[in-house]
Ligand binder design. Structure first.
Ligand code: THU
Length: 156
């Protein structure tokens, strides 16, 4: 029997249409791109994470000459949050990028490992994480749960 999965998400022409606290998160994420260590890909990614105590934790991609040793911006931010605020839940994660690796009008979408890590925190806190992805042309897509980006997830 053929079955179908439907994903609901919200799209905005520009991130300036987001709620004001998320606009601040996008601005902070862009400022984190400037501090990324991405000499090999020249693709700077910034991420901000809103925690249940109101704290905003930020990260960026950290590359390494031994390529697999580097880490994506999302996981830098999430692992910092998990390490320093283990009792707080993750409410929202924002991801933005600057560089030629992804065409200007294409959605920047987290890699599979980052999706798996986001899912771990959703499971840990039994509460969905809002995922806000911003393309380089400003187009913004919002998912209500990481499960929407990871159907048939391992461990779910
Ligand atoms: N990268 C991220 O930081 N997050 C993503 O969602 C996609 C990719 C980083 C990894 C690497 O440093 C560079 O972007 C190119 O893949």
């Amino acid at each position: 029997m053929e079955k179908e999965i439907t994903i609901k998400y919200n799209e905005f022409l520009n991130w300036s249409e987001l709620p004001s606290n998320e606009i601040s998160m996008v601005e902070k994420a862009y400022s984190m791109c400037e501090k990324a260590h991405a000499p090999y890909s020249n693709f700077q990614v910034g991420s901000t994470v809103l925690l249940s105590n109101g704290e905003i934790v930020a990260g960026n991609n950290q590359e390494n000459i031994a390529y697999p040793s580097g880490l994506c911006a999302e996981r830098v931010a999430l692992f910092f949050a998990g390490a320093n605020f283990p009792k707080e839940s993750v409410e929202t994660i924002v991801v933005v990028a600057k560089g030629d690796l992804v065409p200007f009008d294409k959605l920047l979408s987290p890699c599979g490992s980052c999706r798996q890590v986001m899912m771990e925190y959703e499971m840990k806190q039994s509460k969905s994480i809002r995922v806000v992805l911003v393309s380089q042309n400003g187009k913004t897509v919002v998912f209500n749960s990481i499960l929407d980006l990871l159907p048939f997830a391992f461990g779910n």
